[in-house]
Design a protein around this ligand. Structure first.
Ligand code: NZQ
Ligand code: ZN
Length: 386
């Protein structure tokens, strides 16, 4: 096992009817900016619950943060923060609203002229404006981590940011919110969390037995609950397991002491930036190609995952590893998610070259657990995913 440090300061408040606990988490004299997305919270009752909890708090609202939160829109919110002397932020939404809020938490205390530098120059935030979240969509884990991904529409860029100052102070996780989530987003949430675990597991063995079993147990739980989650009928027990699995998949715990990959995400963010494909679906497009291309380096963990998660007990390491890749693609398909780029767009020629060029320009010359995935290799993997 590798050496590690672990500090996750986010307080989790989990369970039914917990949104009302908001009032205990926000200081009475705070000036709050409540941030939300396209308006789903106004239809499903979450907005009303939040407003009731904040009845005695000085609150300003900023709605309209789109999926894949956009820099230009967030800059409008930053103006509100400055004009109204806001002291606390509250994200009510999925990964996009929470990530947008993290950007604002950083931008509110940033002393440079151009907040985009936080992303393009990868400036870490040591202490941001305090913020909390009410999670409405289990998927990204953003509610309990310190990372964010922000899009700039005009340049078709999607870049990551973060730092120890960007953990939410608290996150409220009420599984009841799952009731109103459309099928497409439920499938996305399952696939995103599943891939988060894979990115932190599918590398090479370092005999980190507990981390491996943490990861395998999250994968098994997601596989087990997926059919119930996708049914029209709401199931609170399945929703609870779904929500906590998504949070645990990316709150930092399972990656401690083990090598991590994250190349699928790096390539996937480019597909969203170029074509607007949902984040989770970009991962489903790239996973099989990535694992086939890097088969030799990853086959031991692939075979272990095949045995322990998919009960593949026959054949050699290679046989089990191949079968495990097929099972993974089958899982995405069982969620109704297509796994080839050409399923989403018919103007994909040149995509691989464009992504390889962007990585070269940014100096991303060696991704993955061995820092050996060059732009040339990225090009081949993306082509395999056409
Ligand atoms: O905008 P509203 O009206 O709220 O509707 C949203 C949106 O259209 C809707 N929705 C959310 N909760 C709902 C609901 N609809 C009905 N009922 C509810 N309870 O779902 C749609 C998608 O929301 P979004 O927040 O975009 O989805 P998700 O949580 O999947 O977030 C995706 C974003 O997170 C980034 C992705 O790149 C993408 O930009 N990621 C963030 C990560 C992180 N911070 O750690 C890691 C991830 O790998 C990912 O990159
Ligand atoms: Zn993701």
């Amino acid at each position: 096992m590798k050496n590690f440090e672990f500090n996750n300061p986010t307080k989790i408040i989990f369970g039914k009817d917990t949104i009302e606990k908001l009032k205990e988490e926000i200081p009475a004299n705070a000036k709050v900016l409540l941030l939300y997305g396209g308006g789903s919270i106004k239809k499903n009752g979450i907005y009303d619950q939040v407003k009731t909890a904040l009845a005695n708090v000085d609150t300003t609202e900023f709605g309209g943060i789109p999926a894949n939160p956009e820099y230009e829109i967030l800059i409008e919110a930053l103006k509100v923060i400055k004009a109204k002397n806001i002291t606390h932020l509250l994200a009510v939404g999925g990964g996009s609203v929470i990530d947008g809020t993290k950007f604002l938490s950083a931008a509110a205390v940033f002393d440079g002229d151009t907040p985009w530098d936080i992303l393009s120059k990868n400036i870490r935030t040591e202490k941001g404006m305090p913020f909390g979240t009410v999670l409405t969509l289990p998927a990204t884990g953003s509610e309990m981590n310190s990372g964010a991904v922000i899009t700039r529409k005009e340049t078709k860029e999607k870049l990551a940011m973060g730092g120890p100052g960007l953990f939410p102070q608290f996150s409220i996780l009420d599984p009841e919110v799952v009731k109103s989530i459309p099928q497409r987003q439920l499938a996305n949430g399952l696939a995103d969390a599943f891939t988060h675990v894979l990115e932190q597991y599918m590398t090479y063995p370092v005999d980190a037995k507990l981390q491996d079993r943490f990861a395998e147990s999250i994968l098994q739980t997601l596989i087990e609950i997926a059919p119930t989650i996708l049914k029209d009928e709401f199931d609170y027990k399945a929703a609870s397991n779904f929500m906590w699995s998504c949070t645990m998949a990316l709150n930092g715990l399972i990656q401690k002491g083990v090598p991590t990959d994250w190349a699928i995400h790096a390539m996937g963010h480019e597909l969203t930036a170029l074509y607007g494909i949902d984040h989770a679906r970009t991962l489903a497009i790239l996973t099989e190609s990535h694992y086939k291309y890097n088969f030799e380096a990853k086959k031991e963990k692939l075979a272990q995952y095949g045995e322990r998660v998919w009960n593949i007990n026959e054949g050699s390491i290679d046989d089990k590893a191949y079968a495990a890749i097929e099972k993974t693609t089958g899982f995405f398909k069982s969620l109704g998610i297509d796994t080839k780029l050409s399923d989403y767009t018919n103007v994909y020629e040149g995509t691989a070259e464009e992504i390889a060029k962007r990585f070269t320009d940014r100096g991303w010359l060696g991704l993955g657990e061995h820092q050996s995935l060059s732009p040339e290799k990225v090009k081949k993997i993306v082509k395999m995913a056409y």
